[in-house]
Design a protein around this ligand. Structure first.
Ligand SMILES: NC(=O)c1ccc[n+]([C@@H]2O[C@H](COP(=O)([O-])OP(=O)(O)OC[C@H]3O[C@@H](n4cnc5c(N)ncnc54)[C@H](OP(=O)(O)O)[C@@H]3O)[C@@H](O)[C@H]2O)c1
Length: 267
């Protein structure tokens, strides 16, 4: 895909990897539509993108975890006559800690956002793209989607959904002119665990800018799956596919206990 001149909706664009997707898309000549809940941050980001690149930038304030959030965002795009060529479903949250010891609402919200938000936008905008015979969708999953992960049980399960859904959906519309890809970053240096005692080991985290650039390169190459992190992160997904599942869940549980995810608290 040539990114020049296309309109690209990036969900979760206000921070982290989504912010890097917005900069990388603008650098490649795409017109970004920035979606998140933080209106002020999106406005400042839009101003900076316009100052740096000769692109049109729209902002769209929406909470994709609410029942009507995705439909409201679609209505707003239609009201403003914005046709999306590339949907980058990036917004996601990842509660950490033992399932029963952590509050339920954020765990439910992860399902609402990571699954329903992503699927609803894929449904509405995917239908428009197929009708036009062109376009693309990138769904951000995670290396966490390849195996069950004790102490990130709900989060890993939402990402397994994204992986499975994306591969199947991509197959269904393979002859439509619309391409669909799943992206699987490993640990990436963002504020993903902010508000909790959970931390990432800086020795094995990738930069969000690099993850964003690699994802877009892989999509342009026509990949079905992108592993935009370091090779070690991809190797872990292979191990999870080759080893017995009982062994894998014991191993991921041990790793997450070693980094303290079994006693995570809010701060
Ligand atoms: N960081 C990692 O190690 C890592 C690894 C693998 C995969 N991923 C995946 O990569 C994606 C981005 O992660 P990140 O690390 O960049 O996260 P992040 O820094 O926490 O940013 C999350 C983004 O999502 C937006 N968001 C959160 N809740 C939302 C909602 N209800 N409606 C709309 N937007 C919402 C946030 O903006 P507002 O708060 O302004 O709404 C923010 O822009 C996620 O899908 C995550 O699962 C991350």
């Amino acid at each position: 895909m040539d990114y020049r001149g296309i309109t690209a909706l990036v969900t979760g664009a206000s921070r982290g990897i989504g912010r890097s997707y917005a900069y990388e898309l603008a650098r490649r000549g795409a017109h970004p539509v920035l979606l998140a809940r933080s209106a002020q941050t999106l406005q400042e980001l839009a101003d900076d993108l316009r100052a740096r690149h000769d692109v049109q930038v729209h902002t769209l304030v929406a909470d994709l975890s609410t029942p009507d959030g995705p439909a409201g965002a679609i209505r707003e795009l239609q009201r403003r006559h914005i046709a999306v060529d590339l949907l980058l479903n990036n917004a996601g949250i990842g509660p950490v800690g033992p399932f029963l010891d952590r509050p339920y609402p954020p765990q439910r919200q992860a399902v609402d956002l990571n699954i329903h938000g992503l699927m609803a936008l894929s449904y509405a905008l995917g239908a428009d793209m197929v009708a036009r015979g062109s376009g693309g969708i990138i769904n951000v999953s995670s290396t966490a989607g390849f195996q069950p992960m004790p102490y990130q049980a709900g989060y890993a399960a939402t990402k397994a959904f994204v992986l499975s859904f994306t591969e199947a959906f991509a197959h269904e519309i393979r002859d439509s002119g619309v391409r669909v890809m799943a992206a699987h970053p490993g640990a990436t240096a963002t504020g993903f665990f902010d508000g909790t005692t959970a931390t990432m080991d800086p020795r094995v985290t990738d930069s969000p800018d690099r993850v964003a650039a690699k994802t877009l390169d892989d999509f342009a190459r026509g990949r079905l799956n992108s592993y935009p992190g370091r090779p070690l992160h991809r190797a872990q997904t292979l191990a999870a596919r080759l080893l017995p599942r009982t062994l894998v869940v014991r191993a991921t549980g041990a790793v997450n206990r070693r980094v303290g995810h079994h006693k995570v608290k809010d701060i």
